[in-house]
Design a protein. Structure first.
Length: 88
């Protein structure tokens, strides 16, 4: 997995933020069982809450020398992510 580069979306509203990623990436990195219930899931897409789970992903990407970029997406009002199923 080294020397890869991935693009991630950072979704936020006035109160919180999440990084969206495919669950397969979490499995590849070995952190899929370490994600808290403060994150959300919609099919194969996981939205990692910014305080703990997102940093867990970023740290693991750095540990594996995987370059990443973040596209910021701001939503006025409550972000749609708040209405999704909690990760478990």
């Amino acid at each position: 997995m080294q020397n890869q580069s991935i693009e991630l979306n950072f979704f936020s509203d006035s109160g919180h933020g999440w990084i969206g990623t495919n669950k397969a990436l979490l499995v590849q990195l070995g952190i899929d069982n370490d994600i808290s219930t403060y994150s959300y899931i919609d099919g194969d897409v996981v939205y990692l809450e910014e305080d703990c789970d997102a940093s867990r992903l970023i740290n693991k990407l750095k540990d594996n020398n995987i370059n990443y970029s973040l596209n910021e997406i701001y939503q006025d009002g409550d972000c749609f992510i708040r209405n999704l199923k909690r990760y478990n």
